[in-house]
Design a protein around this ligand. Structure first.
Ligand code: HEM
Ligand code: HEM
Ligand SMILES: [Fe+2]
Length: 443
């Protein structure tokens, strides 16, 4: 397949940054997985809290690189025109790399702010806002200059605008801990169960249109349904974080009802995906990209929908709040939704950008199953740990540390599947970095 617009190539450096940081994220994941079992590992050089911070910050940063790269790749085809400024795109890519790298190195030297996911020191936060604004400006100008406006680009833009707006709450740090937590969720929850879902749905729609050849009208109708369901459920669904933090009691009712139906947009993405695949009018040669795309719908439904629903009712969350159940859901949801949709786009776009027909399908498909099965089993291990923990600690009232002693088998399993995950990722990265290096180029 030939690239249609030259400026789509600007996606590639974003994908490279994303893949390098993804590798680093998992290395730190393995380190904290090891520290769970041998707590003295690398202490005091890289203590658990710092390595954990790096693990989850790298995740968020590389996903945003993945989203931006995906946007730059799909925009020209959608609006039928080149990216407004390729230079600006390169510039904010480099700035983001510098900002991200400074933050991570800074963490190693204990330069951080202290709130989970938002540990970036204020100057880095300002840099992130500037980068995102540069990106959004470029995106809007590309849409304005382009020939067409499509539902995919509008939904994508709303997603990115929301990403920027809600991040602003990261600057607000009230002294009162209840108020602090209350607004902390306006970033974390309204990102992953709100505006990021729009970004995901838009990328999913684009990929399905390209991979199946089904009419845009069909895809965009589904896209609007998903967007509607996301807003209808996710906003008030924030209440599922307000059960026990000192917020008014009515949240137990509102949070329960609305978050219970947060499953709907994810179920709609599954229905959408299978509908499109069943109506496909062409056999796309990139089977790996199809697999990742279908995987994003199915795994996000499992991780966010099923594993989210599992502990979202206050009657259950009373026992599971903050246990390994939360971690099991956090892993499968972030992976299934946002990691997999980024990898779907990267698998689809990279061969085209690199001027070859397809990537090494055998390797990519093997990497897909290795990573997916590993993540599923990591999730099962954590779920087992969480059930045991809820029972011993919350029902029988064992102490925290005594409970942890009984959970070591599950932590061992988590580490084992973390290692196999890394193996799958290594294969994926090998393929990603060799695409178009040996084969004859088409253009
Ligand atoms: C892709 C979407 C989602 C992602 C990435 C995600 C991720 C996460 C993460 C990382 C946490 C832990 C936050 C922390 O305390 O540090 C969390 C908590 C939680 N999530 Fe999700 N989530 C998603 C969707 C959902 C959905 C759809 C539901 C409900 C159906 C849900 C229900 C919950 C609940 C109830 C908690 C609080 C757990 C506790 O009390 O400890 N999530 N989520
Ligand atoms: C793409 C894959 C991965 C994603 C999306 C991911 C995501 C996350 C997230 C969102 C958290 C915070 C969750 C919470 O506190 O509820 C977290 C924590 C953690 N992750 Fe990962 N992770 C991944 C891979 C790994 C791997 C391979 C390991 C290796 C064993 C690992 C080990 C850990 C550990 C030990 C924690 C700390 C949990 C705690 O504080 O109890 N992760 N990860
Ligand atoms: Fe939430």
């Amino acid at each position: 397949m030939k690239i249609q617009y030259d400026s789509q190539r600007v996606a590639y450096p974003f994908f490279i940054a994303a893949m390098v940081l993804f590798g680093a994220q998992i290395l730190f994941g393995l380190l904290i997985g090891v520290q769970y079992i041998w707590p003295e590992t690398l202490f005091p050089a890289i203590p658990f809290n710092i390595a954990r911070m790096i693990h989850i910050n790298l995740l968020v940063v590389w996903l945003i690189f993945g989203f931006m790269g995906s946007a730059y790749y799909l925009l020209p085809e959608e609006v039928e025109g080149e990216i407004y400024s390729v230079k600006l795109a390169y510039l904010h890519c480099v700035l983001f790399v510098i900002g991200g790298a400074t933050a991570i190195v800074g963490y190693l030297f204990r330069w951080h702010d202290g709130r989970e996911f938002l540990e970036q020191p204020t100057v880095i936060k300002v840099a992130i806002v500037i980068v995102v604004l540069m990106f959004i400006y470029n995106m809007i100008m590309t849409m304005v200059k382009g020939k067409k406006t499509t539902g995919v680009t509008v939904v994508l833009l709303i997603g990115f605008l929301g990403l920027a707006v809600f991040y602003l709450f990261a600057f607000y740090k009230p002294d009162n801990m209840v108020v602090d937590k209350y607004f902390w969720w306006w970033v974390v929850h309204l990102w992953v169960e709100g505006v990021w879902e729009l970004i995901m749905a838009a990328i999913l729609a684009f990929l399905l249109i390209k991979l199946t050849g089904v009419d845009r009208e069909v895809a965009e109708k589904w896209l609007y349904i998903i967007v509607g369901l996301t807003f209808m459920t996710g906003i008030i669904g924030t209440g599922h974080h307000y059960y026990w933090i000192g917020t008014p009691e009515f949240w137990q009712t509102w949070g329960a009802w609305f978050s219970a139906i947060e499953v709907l947009p994810f179920a709609a993405m599954v229905a959408f995906t299978f509908k499109m695949i069943s109506k496909k009018t062409r056999e796309h040669p990139n089977r790996a990209a199809i697999l990742w795309t279908v995987g994003a719908a199915v795994l996000s439904f499992l991780g966010a929908g099923v594993w989210g629903f599992m502990h979202t009712l206050p009657q259950i969350n009373y026992y599971t709040h903050g246990t390994q159940i939360t971690a099991s859901h956090g892993h499968l949801a972030f992976f299934g939704a946002y990691v997999v949709i980024c990898l779907a786009m990267i698998s689809y776009a990279t061969p085209i950008i690199r001027g070859v027909k397809v990537s090494n399908q055998k390797l990519e498909i093997f990497a897909f199953w290795t990573m997916v099965v590993s993540m599923l089993f990591m999730t099962f291990a954590l779920t087992g740990a969480g059930i045991l923990q809820s029972y011993l600690q919350r029902v029988l009232a064992y102490s925290y540390m005594e409970t942890q002693g009984y959970m070591s088998l599950f932590y061992g399993l988590r580490l084992f599947f973390g290692v196999t995950f890394m193996f799958g990722l290594a294969i994926y990265l090998y393929d990603f970095f060799t695409i178009g290096r040996k084969e004859k180029h088409l253009n």
